[in-house]
Design a protein around this ligand. Structure first.
Ligand SMILES: Nc1nc2c(ncn2[C@@H]2O[C@H](COP(=O)(O)OP(=O)(O)OP(=O)(O)O)[C@@H](O)[C@H]2O)c(=O)[nH]1
Length: 200
């Protein structure tokens, strides 16, 4: 993917240990390192993937930010210019939802063109034992209606709903008239013949 142009910037935000890196790892490389010791993200990590959606090919540039509050100021740099934000919460950790509200406010105040997707992580743990669920699904969907966001409950362990999440993000982006116009402009620019340079 090196040297390719990124069509759409996506940023992941959310509390530390929330499952952001694992989600990206599952999407980009279809793998899950559940047995490996947890390693906190430092700063941010970048990955890219081409995706086909509604007859179009898009390269998604994905920024996985560090959840630790120590890196909060840095995460702000990474959401600038993002067209979509995946704001993650760990379904087995009620505190992680408070961080969702924090990031949603941030995005609403600073990036009005960034669409928000709320993403519950570690669904396999909740499926294993209902008592593990600490964030109520209906509470999340009510909140999502309020802020006009979509909700996905995912598992990086099983892969459940992860491709759907990115497909939906790419589809929304492609179908948005504002982005469509921009994409058409870009195509026109690429097709325009370069003017011959004249010298006197
Ligand atoms: N069972 C299960 N464990 C998960 C899942 N996703 C992540 N984990 C585990 O949760 C821990 C934290 O996951 P990470 O993906 O590193 O979390 P993060 O949000 O990137 O963390 P920071 O880098 O600190 O922001 C790791 O031990 C993962 O193996 C999941 O879907 N299911």
């Amino acid at each position: 993917m090196s040297g390719s142009r990124v069509d759409m910037k996506i940023v992941l935000l959310g509390k530390e240990f929330g499952g952001k890196t694992s989600l990206v790892e599952r999407f980009l490389h279809d793998r899950f390192h559940g047995e490996a010791p947890y390693q906190a993200t430092i700063g941010a990590a970048f990955g890219a993937k081409r995706i086909e959606v509604v007859g179009k090919s898009l390269i998604l540039g994905i920024w996985d930010t560090a959840g630790s509050e120590r890196y909060e100021a840095m995460s702000r740099i990474y959401y600038r210019g993002a067209k979509a934000a995946i704001v993650c919460y760990d379904m087995t950790d009620s505190e992680s939802f408070a961080r969702v509200c924090f990031w949603v406010k941030e995005l609403r105040n600073n990036e009005e063109n960034c669409k928000i997707y709320l993403c519950g992580t570690k669904k396999d743990l909740v499926d294993e034992n209902k008592n593990n669920r600490k964030v109520d699904y209906h509470m999340v969907t009510d909140y999502a209606d309020e802020i006009r966001a979509k909700v996905f409950e995912t598992s990086a362990k099983t892969g459940e709903n992860i491709r759907n999440l990115f497909l939906k993000i790419a589809e929304d982006y492609t179908m948005d008239p504002v982005n469509k116009q921009q994409q058409e402009k870009d195509t026109l620019n690429l097709q325009e013949p370069t003017k011959k340079k004249r010298c006197c």
